[in-house]
Ligand binder design. Structure first.
Ligand SMILES: Cc1cc2nc3c(=O)[nH]c(=O)nc-3n(C[C@H](O)[C@H](O)[C@H](O)COP(=O)(O)OP(=O)(O)OC[C@H]3O[C@@H](n4cnc5c(N)ncnc54)[C@H](O)[C@@H]3O)c2cc1C
Length: 423
């Protein structure tokens, strides 16, 4: 019997991985994809939410942003979600930032919908509880994806196109000896018992947070709300940033009215007129950053400087929030040689269609798409952004709208090209 070749394998079904399915469903394209064969692979039992569901912090987007794609009354996914608590919950927070756990619950309900839908089809399969070990592109340009189940069975599945997003890993801090914890773990509550010990200590404790992003200020927010560490006499908290803290404003006028200092050429998005559109802190992080800048908390010091190891000598705890790089598995060519991709500022460099560039070449790895945490997409004249920002754009809205559109477009080109060859 001939082995099944799926048209599309989604490797890693967190917020990034499942978004193209949402886009396809909401644009009435999913049936066609299901006919051609889809396979989902994730090491978790539940798919859709990825890491977001672990984070005990609020989102950096309003509730309505997570629902924007579900505007079509006759969509069966929309109907399915409307009866769910997770959907009702986010619907009640359209104009405020929901907890990421709540967003995670919504994404998980979306994930279950697709599990059922795909399993209902003869040529679709869901391999949850399966770890991806390796991806190889064979001589026929078919991807061979090697999986391991939780009961240690191995399997290789075949696919013509791969969407690959298995999450990110945090950049490591040079500091090894000090007690360093990573913001990802801290905001997931993994070190709460350990951090609580400082609460009872009589000794002076110095806590350093490294970074100025949403992760850094969300960590500070937890020190305030969960541990009550702000304005405590025996605790000193220092937040290290390489540059000034950036705040997000919906318009130039809003920033001026708030007496915020910014650079008109560098900090304003030329498409939307927003200030620090991609780099600025929003919602809870925005409020906390402003409070710190106005010295509301006597034991918090914001240090705008390039940090060195010696800055942490007196710290009992260092929370590292210096960004993410992408996580991967071995990706091999048909000769079993590992394919190395180009990195830029520690993140994968991809083209307009989210295909990664191969190291030392101008070629992209075709039919392979990656854009989740640690990759993202670059700002360009089409998606706007402030000139000052050279990082990547990611997040659920970007995955569901901009990224999915690009990938679906490229897969269509690729199928058309294959059909021409086969005529
Ligand atoms: C602190 C923080 C706050 C954020 N806040 C927001 C926000 O408010 N709004 C927003 O839109 N975005 C936010 N983001 C950005 C982004 O939406 C999230 O990072 C999101 O979790 C990224 O999704 P992902 O699918 O790339 O990665 P992940 O969430 O890590 O998902 C990866 C998936 O791959 C699976 N996987 C991993 N390894 C394997 C393997 N070997 N085999 C099989 N499966 C595997 C995992 O089980 C998981 O399901 C935030 C990010 C961070 C870090």
């Amino acid at each position: 019997m001939e082995r099944q070749v799926y048209n599309l394998a989604i490797c890693g079904c967190g917020p990034a991985g499942i978004s193209p399915l949402v886009y396809l469903e909401e644009n009435k394209l999913l049936e066609k994809y299901l006919d051609e064969g889809i396979c989902l692979i994730d090491e978790k039992e539940n798919i859709g939410a990825g890491k977001l569901i672990n984070y005990n912090i609020t989102a950096n987007s309003l509730g309505k942003v997570f629902l924007e794609i579900f505007q079509k009354e006759n969509s069966s996914l929309y109907k399915h979600l409307m009866s769910k608590e997770s959907y009702k919950n986010i619907s009640s927070k359209l104009e405020s930032a929901p907890y990421l756990k709540e967003v995670g619950n919504l994404l998980q309900d979306i994930g279950s919908y697709f599990i059922d839908k795909i399993r209902d089809r003869n040529n679709g399969e869901v391999y949850n509880n399966h770890k991806i070990l390796e991806v190889k592109r064979n001589k026929k340009n078919i991807f061979e994806i090697k999986l391991q189940s939780f009961d240690n069975k191995f399997k290789t599945i075949l696919a013509r196109h791969v969407i690959f997003n298995i999450g990110g890993k945090q950049n490591e801090l040079f500091e090894k000896e000090k007690t360093v914890i990573y913001s990802d773990d801290f905001i997931s509550g993994l070190h709460d018992d350990f951090v609580n010990e400082f609460s009872n200590s009589e000794n002076k404790t110095v806590i350093s947070i490294v970074g100025s992003s949403h992760s850094a200020f969300s960590s500070l927010y937890r020190l305030k709300n969960n541990f009550n560490f702000l304005n405590r006499n025996n605790i000193k908290i220092q937040v290290f940033n390489r540059s000034n803290i950036k705040l997000f404003y919906n318009s130039v006028e809003e920033a001026i009215n708030d007496n915020y200092q910014f650079n008109m050429d560098q900090d304003v998005c030329y498409l939307s007129n927003r200030v620090n559109r991609y780099s600025g802190l929003r919602y809870d992080s925005f409020i906390l950053a402003k409070e710190c800048m106005s010295h509301k908390y006597k034991n918090v010091e914001i240090k705008n400087k390039e940090f060195t190891e010696s800055d942490f000598l007196d710290s009992s705890l260092v929370i590292c929030a210096t960004g993410y790089t992408n996580k991967s598995v071995e990706i091999l060519d048909s000769n079993h040689e590992e394919i190395i991709f180009q990195l830029e500022q520690g993140q994968l460099l991809t083209d307009h269609y989210c295909r990664p560039y191969i190291h030392n070449s101008n070629n992209v790895f075709e039919k392979f798409y990656t854009y989740g945490l640690g990759s993202g997409i670059k700002t360009n004249p089409k998606n706007g952004g402030e000139l000052n920002y050279t990082g990547r754009i990611d997040g659920v809205w970007v995955y569901q709208h901009e990224v999915s559109k690009r990938i679906v477009e490229d897969i269509s080109y690729s199928i058309q090209a294959e059909n021409k060859v086969n005529i």
